[in-house]
Design a protein around this ligand. Sequence first.
Ligand code: HEC
Length: 183
Amino acid sequence: MKNNFILSLALIVFGVVACEKKPESTKEESPFRPTATIQELMLSVVDPNVDPIWNSIQTISNADGVEEKHPQTDQEWATLKNHAVTLREVANLLLMDGRKVATSNTSTVAAELSPDEIEKLIASNRPAFIKNAHDLHEAVTQAIVAIDARDVAALEATGAVIDQACEKCHMQFWYPGDKRPTQ
Ligand code: HEC
């Protein structure tokens, strides 16, 4: 009787363990299709969405004095938010498995690594790449908080934070030998 009980218990435990451990063959394929390269994301998504944020506040000096330009209307704030939300999500796109860096080496600057070298560097130091993407996500979140609050001073401050997030990743993975990048 006691032995039967232990046997059933053992079978139940075994059953639970067996159910939890999925065989390798049923592992689902990733639903994502990371078609664009990192280079294309930078040119087609990052640049067109970060520029309006960086240009949203400008100090213009002319003969009449100094004029500060910043978003004023509901529409201007809403447009800026659209750009910021799009930019923030790129942080996730950058981290998708299987995304190529670029289709060909278009660099003319010696300090810049080739796409193959960048890919190897990312693969060998993925936690740092992930951290850089998360820093961009965090920096743009600060901009979105400022936009939602329509806080011009806070928005202006986030410009430099976003810029640092771009540069940090570029200095580590794009032109790591270059101490003073010009871009
Ligand atoms: C997590 C890493 C990472 C972050 C963050 C990042 N980049 Fe990049 N970026 C790269 C890599 C890697 C390349 C090199 C790809 C290539 O062009 O071969 C690159 C290349 C570029 C290029 C050159 C594209 C070309 O013509 O070859 C531009 C422009 C660019 N990034 C803009 C930005 C801006 C602006 C930001 C911040 C808003 C940013 N990037 C944030 C990784 C990053």
